[in-house]
Design a protein around this ligand. Sequence first.
Ligand SMILES: *[C@@H]1O[C@H](CO)[C@@H](O)[C@H](O)[C@H]1NC(C)=O
Length: 333
Amino acid sequence: MARGSLLPILVAVLLARAAATAAMDKKLLPAATVALSFEEGYTQLFGDSNLMLHGDGKRVHISLDERTGAGFASQGAYLHGLFSASIKLPSAYAAGVVVAFYMSNGDVYERTHDELDFEFLGNVRGREWRVQTNVYGNGSTAAGREERYGLWFDPTEDFHRYAILWSHDRIIFYVDEKPIREVVRTTSMGAQFPSKPMSLYATIWDGSSWATSGGRFKVNYKYAPYVAEFTDLVLHGCAAGPKTGSPAQAPCDPGSAAMMSPGQRSAMERFRARYMTYGYCYDRVRYPAPLPECSVGAEAAAFLPSGDARSSDRRSRHGKRRRRHDGGADSAL
Ligand SMILES: *[C@@H]1O[C@H](CO)[C@@H](O)[C@H](O)[C@H]1NC(C)=O
């Protein structure tokens, strides 16, 4: 066959592959159509009247005042899946306030628990909320895997979607459909890659002792109540015993669909280059040798030995100065 005649075939193959990739991108983070009402899928953990339902139980407000914070959890536990919520954070001065959206099985496995966290750390006025992600597996609380980021929007102004995709071999954190962190299961991580069913949690609490500049700024109850709003709660997971809360749902394990397309990967890399303010892989004070899953490359030059970003440009829009490392493991949610 003449070489030239292969070209149309090659083009067709490339087009088909591009279409498949585009389809996969959509599948990767399905629209929040399987949102459950609060009664269908969740249960209140604490905070009595500081948890309020609105809009037919589809919107949940949890608040922190001088009496208490508040929190809720999924009725069921899930092994793998996609978990997300649209969240609007408390506005105004919010130093010391922590809003957490996370998966954990700490209630079942006291010493060998797994955990995947989004933590929102309130800040002093004029400086934005920061987002922290973290991963624990099999009780690895001595090895925090924190990363912190600024955001490209004000998370107190509107709802934004925060998602955790957890498959057998990778974990991806998303903000508004944009992947911000990927954790790939490696043999060196071993059981520190979460592998047991977890429930989904959302809490608001007083993190005065560490949340803002290592505890320098406490919660100021003059501005209470601090209200965090949750909606479009999505449990798209493989229900696992003992409690199998939510109704049966379509394909639960993201499996190979959890592969990022090249476009998504470069979006993630752009985000991290611009907005990541702390990375445990770069923290030579805490980890003189990087944890085994860290592949530290040329980008390490952008970070100080404390793990904090070197450049004062890395932050959310209104930041003024580089943030101090807040330090310390903070597993106990
Ligand atoms: C999880 O941790 C426990 C307690 O440290 C240990 O005995 C067990 O072997 C670990 N599990 C795995 C799969 O490594």
